[in-house]
Design a protein around this ligand. Structure first.
Ligand SMILES: Cc1cc2nc3c(=O)[nH]c(=O)nc-3n(C[C@H](O)[C@H](O)[C@H](O)COP(=O)(O)O)c2cc1C
Length: 256
């Protein structure tokens, strides 16, 4: 059975909680799926101190002792992950931002391949669409297969029309997420994702060396030789494009 974990950035069990409950109900109507709700307010998450040890030496050198690794384990043990947050001053809540900063090293060393991710944002009036996009970008950079999420707008108490619009958006988000969740293997990368991977790994291979943690991580994963982060069939055109991106990566590295 697939497992989905929902990370909730709200302090309350209201609009965001209602939205994820509706999302869960939709998914459970398609298949038997296990759900876990993680209310970030119930976990100990410290503010990142900016020492850079996680980037430079490895995340195990982080001086902070909090629930970061427990939350990472929850992501590792899930097939699907949802980040759900209210819009607070045009951003995710501080709780959720705190978690993302604690996992910033994952932007350098992505890991959640083959897992599905989406974002659900609730708001009163305006500004949440860019938060949804921001979360989708974070999910993608952490390695997840991202499906488009939603931004749900309503002032309380909601009108019937507002509720209908919200339910429609949640339904679409649920269908997209479910389809990706049920895929037997992750889909091949887009040209853009392939380009970013090949430029990154080629320049990293030529510019860095084994003194750097990121370099060792990429080498251990076999990413200096592989077509992409994970096993996938690129097809003829993407294989040629990949070789071309490696060539550009080499030239860029030499020019440095
Ligand atoms: C501190 C704070 C900042 C907020 N900022 C915004 C905002 O910038 N734009 C907006 O549309 N709604 C804003 N809201 C409204 C919430 O996003 C909205 O009520 C949300 O649905 C609350 O979710 P919850 O019931 O799960 O806590 C803000 C609310 C709070 C408490």
């Amino acid at each position: 059975m697939k497992k989905v974990t929902i990370f909730i950035g709200s302090q309350r069990k209201q609009a965001t909680y209602q939205a994820v409950q509706e999302f869960e109900k939709n998914l459970k109507s398609y298949a038997e799926i296990e759900f876990e709700y993680v209310f970030l307010k119930d976990y100990h998450i410290e503010y990142c101190k900016g020492c850079n040890l996680c980037f430079n030496k490895g995340e195990e050198y982080c001086p902070l002792k909090d629930d970061r690794d427990l939350l990472i384990e929850k992501m590792n043990n899930s097939d699907g992950v949802v980040f759900a947050t209210p819009n607070y001053s045009f951003q995710v809540t501080a709780l959720m931002k705190c978690l993302m900063d604690r996992l910033a090293f994952t932007l350098h060393r992505p890991r959640f391949f083959g897992k599905t991710f989406t974002a659900i944002v609730t708001q009163g009036i305006f500004g949440g669409v860019s938060i949804e996009k921001y979360l989708e970008r974070i999910g993608g950079n952490w390695g997840f297969c991202v499906t488009k999420g939603c931004c749900l707008t309503a002032l309380e108490p909601r009108t019937e029309l507002e509720q209908r619009k919200i339910s429609k958006k949640i339904k679409k988000t649920s269908v997209r997420f479910f389809r990706e969740l049920m895929r037997p293997a992750p889909s091949p990368p887009s040209f853009f994702k392939l380009m970013v991977f090949r430029l990154t790994r080629t320049s990293m291979m030529l510019i860095l060396n084994k003194k750097y943690y990121d370099y060792r991580y990429f080498k251990e994963k076999g990413w200096f030789e592989s077509d992409y982060y994970y096993d996938t069939s690129l097809g003829f055109i993407k294989k040629i494009a990949g070789n071309f991106f490696d060539f550009i990566g080499k030239r860029l590295a030499k020019k440095r």
